[in-house]
Write a protein that binds this ligand. Structure first.
Ligand code: NDP
Ligand code: X2W
Length: 340
């Protein structure tokens, strides 16, 4: 069995990691931390975990207890992860960080987009970006994995094949995306209260959202990204617009064929003829993508949908950990959404 520690287990991504680990054939959770929740039973904070973890109690973080584990997930704020990773890398089999602390290869983006200077340049250079669909071979045996941002996974898996094939202009790409409220974490903040969010839709992070440089890094195109908050718990839908590259012939049929060919061997990629929806991916590790060409406006539209806590965070992290540790990549992960 793989001895697993979850640091930040009391948060939303941590709770989702506990849910997924409960049905993972190789994982045994031996440590789950939550500083402000230390002493609380996981089942009291998240009753859905009662049957799987009747006795699990959140504990405060203790690096000595984590050392020697096979796998440690960090579900922490970015700066806390940046500081904690050096205490663990090299002392545990693999560290999988769900924050953005080790995602951006250009460290100068951290002060601009995150408001802090990166003080671990060596680890940042060594960290492997945890998107198996693009970085599978680098992930094998990785000691530090940086799992992608939820919006980034959605847009990248819809757009990247078009860039690889040279089909689109790689400047001025537009990504409009909407997220459920769990994307913001468990924080109690008026901006995420029921009365603010219910019956509302709002764009945020205008011209400056921190996933912009991460998308540009992984998609390979300059883009304008606008996220929106929508009144649902889970789910992200990204609608992406690009112009065809000069001299390239595209059609809806050729775009569909390209996506199907590029993702044919991927266990969690579904290319749809219809329009992807968040509900179709709910609770599963699936990403649905589709693309169209509008000859009236000479524009390509590529759409992606996923569950932000599953493939967009904890499911993607388990998938990347499976690859890093040489396990079955799909272990513990579902391809079946919750419906209706
Ligand atoms: N939610 C999502 O959809 C996604 C989130 N992420 C990233 O994953 C990470 C975790 O997100 P999420 O679970 O949503 O966040 P939450 O706010 O729900 O949980 C944060 C966790 O971190 C702990 N924590 C907070 N501050 C500190 C600190 N200074 N030192 C140690 N522990 C601390 C909290 O413990 P306690 O409260 O018990 O003290 C809690 O367990 C973040 O970096 C986020 O950006 C990435 C992709 C998607
Ligand atoms: C709805 C909402 O607030 N979503 C979050 C994105 C969550 C995410 O992907 O997290 P990282 O910060 O780890 O990249 C946001 O826009 O800040």
């Amino acid at each position: 069995m793989v001895a697993v520690g979850i640091i930040g287990a009391s948060g939303f991504t941590g709770a989702e990691l506990l849910r997924l680990a409960a049905s993972h054939p190789d994982f045994e959770v031996v440590m789950a931390t939550g500083d402000s929740q230390a002493g609380t039973r996981a089942a009291d904070l998240y009753p859905g975990l009662s049957a799987a973890y009747p006795d699990l109690v959140f504990e405060p973080f203790d690096a000595d207890r984590a050392r020697g584990l096979d796998l440690v997930f960090l579900g922490l704020p970015h700066e806390a992860s940046m500081a904690m990773a050096p205490e663990l890398v090299g002392h545990v089999g693999c560290v999988v960080d769900l924050s953005a602390a080790y995602r951006l290869k250009d460290a100068s983006h951290y002060p601009t987009y995150y408001g802090f200077d990166h003080d671990q340049p060596g680890l940042l250079a060594d960290a492997v970006y945890g998107l198996p669909e693009l970085h599978r071979s680098e992930l094998k045996g990785a000691q530090l994995v940086a799992t992608p941002g939820c919006y980034v996974t959605t847009a990248t898996l819809a757009l990247r094949p078009l860039v690889e094939a040279g089909l689109i202009e790689t400047t001025g790409v537009i990504v409009d995306a909407a997220s459920g409220v769990t994307g913001a974490g468990r924080k109690a903040d008026l901006a995420f209260s029921f009365t603010t969010v219910d019956e509302n839709m709002i764009a945020y992070g205008l011209l400056s959202h921190r996933h912009t440089p991460e998308m540009e890094q992984e998609i390979g195109a300059q883009l304008l990204f606008t996220p929106h908050l929508v009144p649902m718990n889970r789910g992200i839908l990204a609608t992406c617009y690009a112009k065809p590259a000069a001299g390239v012939d595209v059609s809806t049929e050729s775009l569909a064929a390209l996506l199907r060919e590029r993702w044919a061997d991927e266990p969690f990629m579904v290319v749809t003829d219809g329009s992807p929806s968040t509900k179709a991916t709910l609770g599963s590790n699936v990403v649905q993508v589709t693309a169209r060409y509008d000859d009236r406006t000479n524009t390509i539209v590529a759409i992606g949908a996923l569950d932000n806590l599953a493939k967009g965070a904890s499911g993607g992290a388990v998938q990347a950990a499976n690859v890093a540790l040489g396990l079955d990549e799909s272990a513990g992960l579902s391809t079946v959404g919750v419906a209706p």
